[in-house]
Design a binder for this molecule. Structure first.
Ligand SMILES: NC(=O)c1ccc[n+]([C@@H]2O[C@H](COP(=O)([O-])OP(=O)(O)OC[C@H]3O[C@@H](n4cnc5c(N)ncnc54)[C@H](OP(=O)(O)O)[C@@H]3O)[C@@H](O)[C@H]2O)c1
Length: 354
């Protein structure tokens, strides 16, 4: 029996995603399991990797893309005792998700409660965990605090808004005009990122209805920005005294909107704001990376995933799955991701044919 996966043999546009038929089903080695993948998440980071610009993964070619997956353990390899065949698991694999079968180290897998929709569950490992750890690990925000989410209509952005609502935070989100409804459905205030200066708009919104421009009370408690580079400075300007900016991406550089130097300067600014906050009215900043955090805090990774799957099982959070498509649609999916502003996540269902 043949099986299917997506392969990238050179970096580039969506056209480099190829659907391939594999002749033999691989066997897991020591410490590994074979997973029958039920749902593979897609998102901007997959596009970043496909372009060959992602700092944490540059090859080796060929490889199968796909940052996260949910599936059933089909076979355990020698020495695997903590996981069992038939168990539903999630994996933040970075690459390797767009496939019917994945061979993965057993120690990195997280159990998924039985009965969850795999397409909703696969929104947890990358999108929701990223937002959750920034809201609860990178920052300490009391109920009622106000946050600013840049790119609020995306996979991570909608996860931020959903979790903010759950945590009792007030959210403001920037997005394109066509995505304002996607942001407002979470109870957040949408700011059209192309209609004037978003910094003034955020300052006005937080200073109160009648205030104009900046005053001492204006600004948000925390802001989250994955555009990076030159975008960090205006986002930092939206903070109130003592507020925190968390930078977590270089999306503008990834799409060719600015160079490596500009992205590097953005990171240098982030470091400066983090090192000497007293020079900036107590406003400070930090960088967040889900893969770095998993390496340095593996226990948090497991605990936070379990918390999020519990919230999903209890109906406390509501991931936005905008489409469920077969592997054969991978090119189309990446073209849509590259066009931007999806309003949620597209999930690949590797065993579906239509
Ligand atoms: N550091 C980490 O651990 C980590 C983890 C996960 C993801 N990420 C990064 O987080 C970012 C978001 O990922 P995602 O999967 O949510 O992507 P996504 O679904 O494509 O969402 C990004 C959103 O940003 C908005 N946007 C595009 N260009 C913009 C610009 N120039 N200025 C402001 N907003 C813009 C788009 O919405 P509108 O068109 O509506 O504005 C889009 O919905 C990516 O850069 C990804 O690499 C980092």
């Amino acid at each position: 029996m043949t099986w299917q996966s997506i392969r990238i043999s050179r970096f580039g546009g969506p056209e480099v995603l190829e659907l391939v038929e594999q002749p033999t089903i691989p066997a897991p080695g020591p410490g590994e399991v074979r997973i029958k993948v039920l749902a593979a998440g897609t998102g901007f980071t997959d596009s970043f990797i496909r372009r060959g610009r992602y700092p944490d993964f540059k090859g080796k070619l060929p490889f199968t893309p796909g940052y996260d997956l949910v599936g059933i353990i089909d076979k355990t390899g020698p020495g695997v005792t903590a996981r069992r065949e038939g168990e539903l698991v999630a994996d933040l694999c970075v690459v390797g998700g767009y496939t019917q079968y994945a061979i993965r180290p057993a120690r990195l897998l997280v159990p998924v409660p039985v009965g969850l929709d795999p397409a909703e569950a696969v929104c947890i490992p990358l999108a929701y965990l990223t937002a959750f750890q920034m809201l609860t690990r990178a920052c300490s925000l009391p109920r009622g605090a106000t946050i600013l989410v840049i790119g609020a209509s995306g996979s991570v952005g909608t996860a931020f808004l959903d979790l903010a609502r759950h945590l009792g935070l007030t959210a403001i989100g920037t997005c394109s005009a066509r995505n304002m409804a996607a942001v407002e459905r979470f109870g957040a205030t949408a700011v059209d990122r192309r209609a004037g200066d978003f910094v003034t708009r955020v300052q006005d919104l937080t200073a109160g209805r009648h205030a104009v421009g900046r005053n001492d009370g204006a600004g948000v408690d925390a802001a989250f920005d994955a555009m990076g580079g030159g975008h960090f400075a205006p986002t930092f300007a939206c903070l109130k005294a003592g507020g925190m900016l968390v930078g977590y991406g270089s999306q503008t550089m990834a799409v060719g909107g600015e160079g490596l130097l500009s992205a590097g300067l953005g990171l240098a600014r982030l470091k400066l704001w983090g090192a000497v906050p007293w020079l900036f009215g107590g406003r400070h900043a930090a960088w967040y990376s889900i893969t770095d955090r998993r390496l340095t805090h593996p226990d948090e990774f497991t605990a936070d995933m379990a918390t999020l799957f519990g919230l999903l099982r209890d109906g406390a959070i509501h991931p936005v799955v905008i489409d469920r498509l077969p592997l054969a649609a991978a090119r189309e999916v990446h073209a849509r991701i590259d066009a931007g502003g999806l309003g949620g996540k597209i999930v690949l269902l590797p065993w579906s044919t239509s």
